[in-house]
Design a protein around this ligand. Structure first.
Ligand code: ZN
Length: 442
């Protein structure tokens, strides 16, 4: 009897680890995640009436489970994508800065899908996700890095939207296998340096100004144009598919005297466009609650047939919309800002890379009160997002201690544990130089 019980336990545990859900959707086959680096929410038409140059992204999002109020959890590329794929916060997956490897040991959306028979593919456009420094390649069967565009004056290569679309289509055309495919396709054009892309014949009518905002907008339009080409191909050739559209973080274009992203928790950097389009399976609907990038795995797996939370602790919004009348199941959302890239100075600096990199912690409650705590000078700013514009006036911590300290303690504890158990490797000369050019070295 004991033995049978033991075998039963083994089978249950084995199944829950390796086959988190047994019944796959009969309606969805392939899954695509289309992401754009550094794309501000207010530069996408569905979020801003004045924007007319993102028709393809707009159309995709209009027919989606559409998130009107989504945010990333850390406005930096590698940490944000690690949260997208694990469903947990940066202090829980350990990738708090670019250049810290995404551990192979952590469970991720591509790994879960691989276990139930998906072929997993990534098509990458930017340097910080390259397989030599990011570790993301260990989570995919195929990790394509068609780096051939020189966007910066210095020598390293990345990929333009045109290359990413063409390489993705080429991969899908050459594929003979019948297994379902999970494909992450990442575009990076809107990331600095903002180059003028209004020369594309289809974009000339927009007459983008040549200042920084105009050039940034032209990069967004250029990306949308090539996303349109990809979507056209997918519509014709890949029936019964789900397409997630998501962004790793926004960008500050001079607001609050800040250009770029990563070091501050301003709304321009945190807020992101996000939606899940599964036409014929998921009716389009709008979710106005505070949603996070880390909600994607459980929502997507829910659409595919999983019950409850399978990966991390993001919300399964599909379940919320389908069965609970859209009630907001979340009281607070949490945010964090860390220094850009790991320093290369010495082994002792590296050993405290995560702890030393922590810059800001943020909390937004379901009422819209946002509290940001700046670690360096122990000051906070508080804003009611429903009423006021964010200001950069910081006050003494005082009465908000009770709300900040429990979160701070948890983050510090986890960062120290990661620094102890898996200190990041020193970056080699080339990677350090490139990350410095990209603005990620403090
Ligand atoms: Zn990014």
């Amino acid at each position: 009897m004991k033995k049978i019980f033991f075998v039963f336990i083994i089978v249950v545990v084995f199944n829950s680890i390796f086959f988190p859900f047994s019944l796959w959707s009969r309606y969805v086959k392939d899954v695509f995640i289309i992401s754009v680096d550094t794309l501000r929410r207010d530069f996408v038409g569905i979020y801003n009436d004045k924007v007319v140059y993102t028709p393809n992204i707009d159309k995709l999002l209009r027919n989606s489970l559409f998130f009107s109020n989504a945010r990333t959890v850390e406005p930096l590329t590698a940490p944000s994508f690690a949260s997208l794929f694990t469903g947990v916060y940066p202090h829980e997956h350990g990738v708090t800065r670019n250049g810290i490897r995404f551990s192979e040991q952590i469970d991720s959306l591509p790994k879960v899908l691989s276990k139930v028979g998906y072929t997993t593919v990534a098509v990458i456009s930017n340097w910080v996700l390259n397989s030599r420094i990011s570790g993301f390649d260990k989570h995919f069967d195929f990790y394509l890095e068609p780096f051939s565009t020189n966007r910066w004056i210095v020598g390293f290569k990345e990929s333009s939207a045109e290359i990413i679309t063409n390489r993705s289509i080429q991969f899908l055309k050459n594929r003979q296998e019948l297994e379902p495919i999970f494909m992450w396709i990442h575009y990076s054009d809107p990331h600095a340096p903002y180059r003028y892309k209004g020369y594309l014949p289809a974009l000339k009518k927009f007459a983008f100004p040549r200042d920084a905002r105009g050039r940034y907008a032209s990069e967004v339009a250029f990306t949308d144009f090539y996303i349109g080409k990809l979507l056209e191909f997918l519509r014709n050739g890949r029936k019964n598919s789900c397409t997630v559209f998501v962004v790793d973080h926004g960008e500050n274009l001079g607001e609050h005297n800040y250009w770029g992203h990563g070091r501050h928790l301003w709304e321009e950097s945190l807020r992101i466009p996000m939606g899940i389009n599964c036409q014929g399976v998921v009716d389009s609907s709008v979710i106005d609650h505070f949603a996070l990038i880390l909600d994607i795995p459980n929502t997507l797996l829910g659409i595919l047939g999983a019950k409850g939370k399978v990966l991390g602790h993001g919300i399964n919004w599909w379940e919320v919309v389908s069965y609970k009348g859209g009630r907001n199941p979340r009281k607070v959302t949490l945010y964090q800002a860390h220094k850009g890239a790991v320093q290369r100075k010495s082994k002792s600096t590296i050993r405290r890379a995560r702890i030393k990199g922590l810059l800001e912690l943020g909390i937004i409650d379901s009422e819209g009160t946002k509290i940001v705590y700046r670690i360096k000078d122990k000051k906070i700013r508080v804003v009611n997002l429903n009423k006021e514009k964010e200001s950069n006036i910081y006050k003494r911590l005082d009465d908000m201690k009770d709300r900040i300290y429990p979160y701070l303690r948890e983050v510090i504890r986890d960062l120290a544990a990661f620094d102890e158990s898996s200190p990041p490797p020193l970056l080699d000369e080339e990677n350090y130089r490139v990350l410095e050019t990209l603005g990620y070295v403090d």
